[in-house]
Structure formats: structure tokens, C-alpha cells
Design a protein around this ligand. Sequence first.
Ligand code: ZN
Length: 241
Amino acid sequence: MKYAFLADIHGNLDALQSVIRAVEDDGGIDRVCCVGDLVGYGAQPGECVALVRDLGWPVVAGNHDYAAIGNVDLSYFNPLAREAIEWTSGALAEEDKEFLGGLPLTWEEDSLVMVHGTLYEPESFGYILSELDARMMFRLLDKDFCFTGHSHYPCVFVEGKDIVFSREPEVKVETSERALVNVGGVGQPRDGDPRACWVAYDEDARTVAIHRVEYDIKEAARRIIDVGLPEPLAERLFMGT
Ligand code: ZN
């Protein structure tokens, strides 16, 4: 089985459509999975929810998905994010909200589990930023692979004798090893590379590949300004921060 993982779409339909085309062009993907945060920050949350819903992918909830329907306290968020969530909440149709409210926090199949933040209290949406965080995750992980999002920073932690952090575009995971994969961000990358990000996972070969896709950033930024969302949310798209 070959999987594609997409996370942190954040209402950026231009980026999402470009990534979907790239996944289709790849040719070998059997299943696409979404690791949460369909909405928040971007100008087309409803369009992104509708597209993902219609495609029937497995999806887990992100903190912005739950916040947009009132499931997460807004004090969790910084002022810019809060403003975006309030705007998003007003922009979503009832059926979009129902879809987001019905999303599970984790989803698993065969060799893998996916969760937006951490396996420890997934509803708290914690971050995996250090080797120590990764160690805690591996303790809770009963599969060989875990796919996460949330930080918008693509990277892989491989647990063998030690835990090794990698930012290589392709990582091979031996049968004696396990991996924790952050699949980066589709709609708001934060690793200094403004291109949209997705990850391919080949279950048989045990490889994980990080892919980057050019998309029309100018258009996505223009839409953010046009709907009256804060300007820094448009500017950061050009910088990938
Ligand atoms: Zn996010």
C-alpha cells in the first residue's frame, strides 16, 4: 500500500489543489490521508472542507478544525490565529461544521496511526519538537509508523538504538526501527520553504518521502487580503514561516 499524507491545509484551496494534482501525477498512491487543520488562516475554508469531504479521505481533527466549531477554547490561540478562527467560524456552512465536528482525533490502519498533535491526550494538541517529545510518543505508539502535523515543519524521527532526527527528503526505516513523521504543511509551510508540502509513505519499502509543490501563492495571499483577514497571514505565505 502506498499512502499520501496531507496536513495543515488551513483554508488554502490554491495550495490544496496543486498538491492533489501532484499526488495524482505521482501515479502510485493508493490512499490519501489528511492529518488535520483543514481550516483557519486561509480564505477558502468551506471550499477546502467540501473538497476533502467529497474525496472521502480518512481525516483526523486539528486544533483549528475543532476551534472553528467551538470545541477548543480560543485562549489557546495567539491573537492572529484567534481572529482567523472567528472569521472562519462565520464563513463555514452548517454542513461544513458538522463534518469538522464529526472528525476523530486519531485514525489507524495496519502499520500506521495518524494524529494531528500527539498520541498523549490528542485532544490537547501538543507539539513534538524535541527528541524528548519523540521519545514519549514512541512509548505510546503500538504501530511502526505515526504520522502527525501541527508544527507545519516536515521531519522524521527514527527510533532504532537511539532516536535520530532527519530532514532528508527520503528516509528508509529498517524493520528493526519505527518512525514518527511530521508531514509538513500544505497551506502554510513554516520551515522557510514556501512551497506546499506532502509526504508519500510506501508501506512495503518502508520509505517516507517529503515532496514540495509550487502553487500560486500570490492568488492565495490576495484572497486573504480580499476577505479582510489580517495582512500578516498573507505575507507569511511568501516566506514559508
Ligand atoms: Zn496547523
